[in-house]
Every structure is written in structure tokens, then in C-alpha cells.
Design a protein around this ligand. Sequence first.
Ligand code: ADP
Ligand code: MG
Length: 235
Amino acid sequence: MHAEFEKLAREAAAANESYEQYLLRLTELEVAARASNALQARIRAADFPVHKDFDTFDFTAVPALNKPKMLELARGEWIEQRANACLIGSPGTGKTHCAVALGLAACRLGKRVRFYTAAALVTRLEEAQKQYQLDRVLNQLDRTDLLICDELGYLSFSRAGAELLFQVFADRYERRSLLVTSNLAFSEWGQVFQGERMTAALLDRLTHRCHIFEMNGESFRFRESMKSKKNKKSE
Ligand code: ADP
Ligand code: MG
């Protein structure tokens, strides 16, 4: 308001506006600026690794992906319902891209989002435990409406790491949303979590009320690099 009041007053005087109209316009400007700052702060706090949105996502490249359902999720009702989402598929099929796009959509809806790779999340939890800060970190995670856990399955964890991740997933069950991406089919998650019992208990919670997307297909990265090689050859 401080930055704009003089300019708006001049404009209002020139346009012969009433004081109420001027005040309304000034207040609207302030409200819009605050909303935009708050959104930027939420996006920063989410700590996305890249900024990818649905406008740059080519749905025709992944015919197996249910586009209407994905765009439906971008409307955020699933987060209100404390449901989960899983994006499962081979590398390069756009899982991280869609996870970030869903995260951005949630930020725009005023949700608190936090993005981690599974490996970084486990490291964070293990470090916190070592420093007797685990409760604090768990509380921080608990305050997020949507926790994104990317790349589950590329690395397997120690027993203790797997247990910490299990604790986070189980804590969120029916209270907060979780989005997990993985290159592994559910039947292979035992490799990551070690122990049939823990894997079964975890999958049971995660997949109850879960939107599951299968994103298998050719790698987008691979396809793009083949395309550019072909173009170079034909040049
Ligand atoms: P994944 O996480 O499944 O391994 P990424 O989401 O990281 O794959 O995708 C790899 C790269 O290809 C990224 O730069 C991403 O933006 C791009 N990409 C993947 N799929 C698509 C798509 N369908 N349309 C546009 N870009 C895509
Ligand atoms: Mg990825």
C-alpha cells in the first residue's frame, strides 16, 4: 500500500473517483500482493527440484497415463480428502514432472507442500534421529498437507532407515496426503523396505484410498535424445 498509494491517488483524482473507490483499489492491490507473496513462499518451502508444470507436459507421449484423472488431481480435492497418490513407472516417463506439477497445483490452492527424494528424506530422518531432533522433524513433516516422496526404489535403505520412512508414511495415514513415485511395481517394494511384514503393512496404508497412475512406456529423455540424433544425421 505504501509503495502504491501516491500513484493510485493521482490516478483516482484524474479519473474523478470517489475516496471509497480509491481505498478499495488500494486494498485490493495489497491483498493481491500478499496472496502472491504467500504463494511464492509456499513454493519455496516446498523445495521442488525443478519447476515443471502441466502446460509443458505432453500427455500424448504417455498414452497409458489417464490424463483426465491427472488433471482432476490438480484440482486438489484428493488432498482435502487426505488421500494418497502413486506414480509408478519406468525411468524417464514423467513421474517427477507430474509430481512437481501436482505439488505446484497444491501450492496454488494454498496447501503446504514438501518435496523430497526418498533417499534425501531417509537421510534427513536419520540425521535428525542422531541429533535427537527426530520429533521436531516429524512435526515439521506433519504440518505439510502434501508430502512428495520421489524416486522410491532406486536405493534400498538400512533397516533403521526403512523403519523411519515407514513411521512417516504410517503417521500420515488418513490424516495427510502422500505422493510417492517409484520405478518399482508394488510387488517389488519388499526390496526397498526389507521384510515382508513391514512392506505389507506400509502398502496396506499407502494404497488404501490411493490414486494410482501407471506411467510405463518409453523414456521421454531417451526419445528426445534419439530424435535429436536423427535430426543431426539428416542435417
Ligand atoms: P521420471 O521421473 O519418470 O524418471 P522425469 O519426470 O524426470 O521422469 O522426466 C524426464 C525428463 O523428460 C524431464 O525433463 C521431463 O520434464 C521430461 N518429460 C518426461 N515426460 C514428458 C512428457 N510427457 N512431456 C514433456 N516432458 C516430459
Ligand atoms: Mg524422477
